[in-house]
Design a protein. Structure first.
Length: 171
């Protein structure tokens, strides 16, 4: 049973603009069981900006894998974040990465991934990481992007959220 789909959009200025992180605009988010989720705070983190630059200059070689994690904290995401506010117990999932077109040909990276709940909980945040992390809840790796969304209530084990995270480079 799929609880819903969340789309996260982010943007970074082009290199000539200094690669400063920008606030991610909330986009329309699909619903299945519990209604429409709305993003209210999403940031490419300070450390995430460095990761994106490392992708572009080859410091981090391809192929590389990024991981999607979720959490239960209502604390507003900020560019200084290094992790989820309160990571949930489920393992991070490998994001399927592609290069997509939002405005100009090939101007964005996009990751998709589905996280399945191990039990009842309310999910309020999502993040993109450089590693799967260790432990339960998982920790470790660099937090690239952190976003809050309206409550996604997981009623039982097996409920899940399909995430789509798009990071666009803009002028």
């Amino acid at each position: 049973m799929t609880a819903g789909t969340i789309a996260v959009w982010g943007s970074l200025p082009a290199p000539k603009a200094g690669w400063r992180e920008r606030l991610i605009e909330a986009k329309k988010i699909a619903k299945e069981l519990w209604g429409t989720l709305v993003l209210f705070a999403a940031f490419v983190t300070n450390t995430g900006t460095g990761v994106v630059i490392d992708w572009s200059d080859g410091t981090i070689s391809s192929p590389h894998t990024e991981y999607i994690g979720w959490g239960t904290s209502a604390t507003t995401a900020a560019k200084a974040d290094t992790d989820l506010g309160t990571a949930a117990s489920e393992a991070r999932v490998s994001g399927t990465r592609s290069q997509v077109t939002v405005t100009n040909t090939g101007d964005a990276f996009q990751w998709t991934g589905t996280i399945t709940a191990s039990g009842a909980k309310t999910i309020k945040e999502v993040a993109l990481f450089t590693s799967a992390g260790t432990g339960s809840p998982p920790s470790g790796g660099t937090c690239i992007l952190h976003a809050n969304h309206t409550d996604a209530t997981m009623g039982a084990s097996g409920d899940k959220v399909d995430y789509t995270i798009t990071l666009q480079v803009v002028n």
